[in-house]
Design a protein around this ligand. Structure first.
Ligand code: MEV
Length: 404
């Protein structure tokens, strides 16, 4: 008989009040974590020097960050535990809080496009670039064939080159760039598309003339996107003034890049924290997010909020290049534990959960800013944390005395 997948609830009241050991036991009860992961986390979740040495050059130690779980997330009608790793206090609590408000109206709903990465091949000094463009376009099938031959493993897993386009960047200097769009399956795909760019360059050069320049992915993967939306009720937010305040804050970000960048930083608080916990290339996600925010020519918010009759409706649209295979997803024990806990099946699902985490972080920030201000919330959280730590200390002392 096949093993039933565990049913998970992400709603665990009082989790923050437990000791770390107790929280780990609660995670064990989810049935998601392997024994190996539990042992690893009980042991402090440290990366061994040996693994660290395999991950980078010139290693002299390891650099630790807390690994936490954001609670209350419901995404596409499934509860999901969201691992987050971040040094900024309040990110996890704020996201969990907002996710609790959102789950009252069903949670987050999202979709991901097919995992199509973009890679670029640059050509310089191309004579008659507009004619060269036509010659390249006429040979698309041949170019796709060369591209696919460079990535047989990916093709056998259902991926491969899907499309191309040619852009003349400067007619006078003959600067032309060919984009190839490659389905990279559940990989983040940087290595795959870099291999494609290098493989097709010589054949394209025969068609264009000129010299080959850079052959590298673009960190603005416009065809690898997620859209996430949610509704939140006035009651969940704490009143109509807060709902109105969130919408006014959104409008401010839509009108002003100075505000939009801070608004987006709040979105990325959640996304980066999950990216780090899940071993993703957060620099690439950051680069793509901000380039996408500015893609129309003026810098815009990644999430916008509109007033509805019953509360607010939020929408996120952004590129998200993440993978569930390759990179540090296999090497790093903590990342493996994160994957077990999240229980997602593919890169698209991970991308959607990350979008939900970004929306939750943004909602929490706007709600605080529209209400009492961010500092009061931080101070309250700080004193709650101190109180919890003091209680845990007293409890541990009591246990110690009982054992003597
Ligand atoms: C702080 O890390 C993030 C905020 O500045 C985001 C925002 O202003 O929306 C609070």
């Amino acid at each position: 008989m096949s093993k039933q997948p565990p049913t998970v609830t992400s709603r665990i009241p009082g989790f923050y009040r437990e000791h770390v050991e107790q929280r780990l036991r609660t995670m064990l009860d989810t049935g998601l974590l392997s024994e190996d992961s539990i042992r690893h986390l009980e042991d402090g979740g440290r990366l061994t020097l040996e693994v660290a040495d395999r991950m980078s050059e010139n290693v002299i130690g390891v650099h630790g960050l807390p690994l936490a779980i954001a609670l209350n997330f419901r995404v596409n009608s499934n509860d999901v535990l969201v691992p987050m790793s971040v040094e900024e206090p309040s990110v996890v609590a704020a996201a969990s809080n907002a996710a609790r408000q959102v789950r009252m109206t069903g949670g987050f709903f999202g979709e991901a496009t097919a995992p199509i990465m973009t890679t670029q091949v640059q050509f310089d000094d191309v004579p008659n670039p507009n004619e060269a463009k036509l010659r390249v376009e006429a040979k698309r099938d041949l170019i796709f064939q060369i591209a696919d031959e460079a990535i047989p493993g990916m093709v056998s897993r259902g991926g491969g080159c899907r499309d191309l386009d040619v852009r003349v960047l400067d007619e006078d200097d003959g600067i032309l760039v060919v984009h190839l769009y490659v389905d990279v399956g559940d990989a983040m795909g940087a290595n795959v598309v870099d291999a494609v760019a290098e493989a097709v360059a010589p054949r394209i050069q025969e068609l264009t003339g000129g010299s080959v320049g850079l052959r590298i992915l673009s960190n603005l993967p416009l065809r690898r996107r997620i859209k996430v939306h949610c509704d939140v009720s006035v009651d969940a937010l704490g009143g109509p003034e807060l709902a109105d305040g969130i919408v006014k804050a959104s409008r401010f970000a839509e009108l002003d890049p100075f505000r939009a960048v801070t608004h987006n930083k709040g979105v990325m608080n959640g996304i980066d924290a999950v990216a780090l916990a899940m071993g993703q290339d957060w620099r690439s996600i950051e680069a793509g997010a901000h380039a996408f925010a500015a893609v129309t020519g003026s810098y815009k918010p990644l999430v916008v909020w509109r007033r509805t009759e019953s509360g607010v409706h939020g929408e996120l649209d952004m590129p998200m290049a993440v993978g569930t295979v390759g990179g540090s997803t296999r090497v790093h024990r903590g990342v493996r534990a994160g994957f077990e806990l999240m229980g997602i099946q593919n890169a698209g699902e991970l991308a959607i959960v990350m979008g939900a985490a970004g929306m939750a972080s943004n909602l929490a920030a706007l709600r605080a800013l529209a209400g009492e201000g961010i500092q009061r919330g931080h101070m309250r959280l700080h004193s709650r944390k101190q109180e919890v730590q003091e209680n845990a200390r007293l409890q541990a002392k009591k246990l110690e005395r009982g054992a003597q």
